[in-house]
Write a protein that binds this ligand. Sequence first.
Ligand code: SF4
Ligand code: SF4
Length: 70
Amino acid sequence: MAYSIDQDKCMRCGTCEIECPFHAVLISNIGTFSIDPDTCKSCGICLSVCPVDAPFREDGKKAADASAES
Ligand code: SF4
Ligand code: SF4
């Protein structure tokens, strides 16, 4: 299950794109950030580094719930 970015929260700081170890964060040509669901490993790092908690799990689980899956 991939993460997505809440576009209403995202302030486009770029931190998640820098910190994602799998290079799953994409930047559009209009400067919006999104996550490639085929590349995302649901590690939760983007959420932990985001200053406004914009990334979220598409299934609604908390990041802590995901740790048991990997
Ligand atoms: S959950 Fe992990 S793999 Fe997916 S976009 Fe965030 S940092 Fe990258
Ligand atoms: S770290 Fe958060 S605010 Fe910054 S670009 Fe990523 S989702 Fe948007």
